[in-house]
Design a binder for this molecule. Structure first.
Ligand code: NAD
Length: 496
């Protein structure tokens, strides 16, 4: 199977100079190839988007929302087909793929209500017979560059809002699981989106760098790892673009002594090993406040033993493989690194039974205890099914530890003490906070984004901040002259 670019409302018909393999992570086999775009192919897509923008920017709000409602219906009807595509290329279990589509649908539904978000303000008679009003207009062609771990949801964080605001889009999804993006583009076309409003180019750094440098691309939304997010932010802004670049994470779950430890252990296992830990909001560090450490580690280990790991298409499997063999090997290397650094390997995922083909990219759930903040298993984003437990003597020490970490994407506190939870939400330097909720991904009518090294730029994704990112405002000061009015006045305009 070959996956190619989608430009101007149809599949690209050129011959790619470079291609990449697409794997089925549960079998370890190559399942297809994806074309990699050269700078010239990106230019073709930007030209198609630029041409489409001249018309789409004037499409009425009613026309835009009609497309969005129709797309929502089609995506909802075809969600099982999309889940199959996600699982085949990413490896996450089908129920998890369905979950990401559901969260993506929420973003589409938010975009269906875009007229409410695009209203400006109006001040009648700001000065005598002078009215002032603001309007919100699209930027033009925008680039959207997305990671492998949510091949449908993350594009849906940006594309519906960008389009509903009147922009046209060049989407560059991850080359590891590229087919979901084409599926979405085809559904948009069926929903009546004019050709060229949404284009998809596949590839790697070459395609990304051309998007970042192209003079006709006005803004870039990026989600991926922190080093690449930093590169995207620096390069894009250097070329005069508006950029929001969401990066990696190390998400802490603080467990206070008064917490319900069964609830906390359930949450740590669900949020640590769901999607094999390949979520930017996964819990990767549990901070156990004395004296809960021993009991909590026992409860977490017990639950890990019961997890069913295997091919995401097999009924009952709860955790799938890692996305590629190279990524699995990188994650595996942390098991030795953690042990040599002196952490206690409580559960070694290499021994976990697998319900799938031997050659898949497997690693079972793994737990380290007595982890210190200078160990690489703590300082690095592992992005796999490896959970670390750190022990601290007090609430204050827990907050200090979390705030000292350079990442600030998500965090959670488990406690029955409302006052402590309230203090935590106030003091913690993290963009998204859960109180007895381990994965606090905001609903689509709030906005998603971390602090510190988890986000470069000042606009969070989707919701109201996402809309702000995709429009620029204009303020009009107007006077319809009264026939009696006239005369030259060189003074600076003052209100009267
Ligand atoms: P990645 O940074 O490797 O890739 C992201 C995108 O950048 C892909 O489209 C990729 O093709 C492109 N890219 C890769 N290397 C590049 C380079 N050298 N120059 C230019 N572009 C390049 O990330 P990934 O492995 O696909 O995804 C996992 C990462 O994404 C994790 O760090 C995870 O925390 C992060 N993530 C963050 C969020 C968030 O909202 N903060 C959400 C999802 C994933």
């Amino acid at each position: 199977m070959r996956t190619t670019h989608w430009i101007g409302g149809k599949p690209w018909n050129g011959v790619a100079e470079r291609t990449g393999d697409i794997y089925d992570p549960a079998t370890g086999q190559v399942a297809g190839q994806v074309d990699f775009a050269t700078a010239e192919v990106v230019d073709e897509a930007v030209a198609a988007a630029g041409e489409a923008f001249t018309r789409w920017r004037t499409a009425s709000l009613a026309q835009r929302t009609n497309v969005m409602f129709s797309f929502r219906e089609r995506l909802h009807a075809r969600r099982s087909d999309l889940a199959q595509i996600i699982t085949a290329e990413h490896g996450k279990v089908l129920s998890d793929a369905a979950g990401e589509i559901q969260r993506g649908l929420e973003s589409v539904e938010f975009a269906c209500g875009i007229p409410q978000m695009l209203k400006g303000g109006f001040s009648e008679n700001a000065s005598t017979q002078v009215d002032v009003y603001s309007i919100r207009q699209p930027l033009g062609v925008v680039g959207v560059i997305t990671p492998f771990n949510f091949p449908a949801m993350v594009p849906l964080w940006f594309v519906p809002n960008a389009i509903a605001c009147g922009n046209t889009v060049v989407l560059k999804p991850s080359e590891k699981d590229p087919s979901s993006a084409n599926f979405l583009a085809e559904l948009f076309a069926e929903a009546g989106l004019p050709d060229g409003v949404l284009n998809v180019v596949h590839g790697d750094k070459e395609a990304v760098d051309r998007i970042l440098e192209h003079p006709s691309v006005k803004a870039v939304s990026f989600v991926g790892s922190t080093p690449i997010a930093r590169h995207v932010y620096r390069t894009g802004t250097h070329h005069g673009k508006r950029v929001q670049a969401l990066g990696g994470a190390k998400n802490h779950m603080v467990v206070l002594p008064d917490a319900d430890l069964d609830l906390a252990a359930d949450a740590a296992v669900s949020a640590g090993f769901g999607s094999a830990g390949e979520r930017c909001m996964a819990i990767s560090a549990v901070v156990a406040v004395d004296p809960v450490g021993d009991e909590l580690v026992a409860k977490i280990s017990e639950r890990m033993a019961a997890l069913r790991v295997g091919d995401g298409r097999r009924p009952g499997c709860e955790m799938g493989p890692l996305v590629t063999g190279a990524h699995r090997d990188r994650v595996l290397s942390y098991l030795d690194a953690g042990r040599s650094a002196g952490a206690q390997l409580v559960v070694d995922g290499r021994g976990h039974p697998i319900d799938g083909e031997q050659a898949g990219f497997w690693l079972g759930p793994t737990l380290f205890d007595h982890v210190d903040t200078d160990m690489s298993i703590y300082t690095d984003e592992i992005f796999g099914p490896v959970l670390s437990v750190l022990r601290v003597p007090s609430y204050d020490a827990a907050v200090e530890l979390v705030n000292a970490n350079p990442y600030g994407n998500g965090t959670a506190i488990f406690t029955n003490d409302g006052g402590a939870a309230r203090r935590y939400q106030n003091q913690v330097e993290v963009g998204m906070v859960g109180v007895n909720v381990p994965i606090p991904v905001p609903v689509s009518y709030y906005s998603f984004g971390g602090w510190k090294d988890s986000l470069f730029g000042d606009a969070h994704a989707y919701g109201p901040e996402g809309v702000n990112f995709f429009v620029r405002s204009k303020v009009v000061t107007s006077r319809w002259l009264d026939p009696s009015h006239g005369g030259v006045n060189l003074g600076f305009p003052q209100n009267s």
